[in-house]
Design a protein around this ligand. Structure first.
Ligand SMILES: Cc1cc2nc3c(=O)[nH]c(=O)nc-3n(C[C@H](O)[C@H](O)[C@H](O)COP(=O)(O)OP(=O)(O)OC[C@H]3O[C@@H](n4cnc5c(N)ncnc54)[C@H](O)[C@@H]3O)c2cc1C
Ligand code: FES
Length: 356
């Protein structure tokens, strides 16, 4: 298959049949997807990546990301795991309506929450459904590396622990290098910054992987920061939904303001896969659009400001983001931007997708 055809396949939705549905806990189900032979290449993935689903809901299409809980090194099937969120549109729709034999619309795998090559030990923090990519990372790291690892897994109560049996089995099989610590809100209270710090003894040189909803991530990041862990060894995936599927008044104003500022930009320098490209900038386009129109292929997925796949470092100049549902104040402080939402505001703008 030609590069172009594969690239095209990466950025449109594919109709995939659900092969099996697995009840994991009272409020979470896994969905095993069938990948037709002609889509195998497009759906190749790394542990920790996610799929974006397009779901028809109330007369609109809603986009939601779901991480693969399967590991490409250990399992032949693609499996995602969806936990119900109280009042949530898509998570409940998936759990209530999707059965074996149904067809779902899915973008190929994407995402930066993947294992970085290193010899260091791994400390992984998962909150609730955040275990989904984390268990995939653990399974892959156990077969691909000799790295010792510790999982700290927070849940509301014992009944909410997704993959409890699989984790127990992994721990028994790899007792010499996998430690699993469960933290249950109903008996111990929420995981706090102090309790995070207590888990770090002997792991100052580790790589840290964090995944879960906002409040959990904030507590873990605060704990790591208080313990003096540098941010460049912390890798994270924040589980969020798009704020709203229709632009809010604030987003419309932000778009207009960003587009007005774009008029002064002439040159966009983008670094992707080790190569830097100098691109002429046309007002009103985002950094991602400009790069793609010039034939550069940076990573992206939802194009909606929420999956964080297109994250890149702003090295020079200024950009304005039309919307941002996933980067935290800490990320913005560190210079991260969402290329799919960033409109250049200065004469020259330099963006690096390879950083981090
Ligand atoms: C890269 C990525 C990977 C993801 N992988 C998974 C996964 O593997 N499994 C999984 O179950 N979810 C995952 N999510 C979260 C998922 O995409 C949805 O955000 C989630 O299912 C809620 O969607 P909804 O339509 O049901 O809720 P919505 O209708 O969007 O939201 C309803 C309410 O719940 C709040 N809310 C939304 N998400 C959460 C959350 N995670 N925790 C607490 N409150 C929330 C909203 O603020 C809102 O008030 C992932 C998100 C991202 C960005
Ligand atoms: S592509 Fe999803 S946030 Fe930019």
């Amino acid at each position: 298959m030609s590069e172009e055809t594969l690239a095209q396949q990466h950025h449109h939705y594919h109709a995939l049949r659900v092969a099996r549905v697995i009840d994991e806990t009272p409020d979470a189900r896994s969905f095993v997807l069938e990948i037709p032979t002609e889509r195998v290449e497009a759906f190749a993935y790394q542990a920790g990546q996610h799929l974006t689903f397009k779901v028809p809901f109330d007369g609109r299409d809603l986009l939601r990301c779901y991480s693969l809980s399967s590991s490409p090194e250990c399992e032949s099937e693609h499996k995602v795991t969806v936990k119900r969120i109280a009042g949530g549109s898509v998570s409940n729709w998936m759990n209530d309506n999707v059965s074996a034999g149904d067809v779902v619309q899915v973008l190929p795998p994407a995402g930066r929450f993947v294992l970085r090559e290193a010899d260091r030990s791994l400390v992984l923090f998962a909150g609730g459904s955040g275990i989904t990519p984390v268990i995939a990372l653990i399974k892959s790291a156990l077969v691909r590396t000799a790295r010792p690892m510790k999982l700290v897994y927070a849940n509301r109560d014992a009944a909410s622990i997704i993959f409890e049996a699989e984790l127990r089995e992994l721990r028994t099989r790899h007792a010499d290098r996998l430690e699993v610590v469960h933290s249950l809100d109903d008996s111990e209270g929420y995981l706090t910054s102090e309790r995070v710090q207590a888990q770090l003894a002997g792991h100052a040189d580790a790589h840290f992987y964090l995944c879960g909803p906002g409040a959990f991530m904030e507590a873990v990041e605060q704990g790591l920061e208080a313990a003096g862990i540098p941010r460049d060894v912390v890798f994270k995936e924040l589980f969020v939904s798009p704020e709203d599927d229709m632009p809010t008044a604030e987003e419309r104003a932000s778009t207009a303001e960003a587009d007005a500022g774009a008029l002064g930009c002439e040159t966009l320098l983008v670094t992707v896969d080790g190569a830097t490209h100098e691109l002429a900038y046309e007002g009103g386009k985002t950094v991602l659009q400009t790069a793609r129109d010039a034939g550069v292929q940076p990573p992206f997925s939802c194009e909606d400001g929420y999956c964080s796949c297109c994250m890149a470092k702003l090295i020079e100049g200024e950009v304005k983001m039309r919307k941002n549902d996933c980067l935290t104040p800490r990320d913005l402080e560190d210079g991260w931007v969402l290329a799919c939402q960033s409109v250049p505001q200065t004469k020259t703008v330099k963006i690096d997708w390879d950083a981090g």
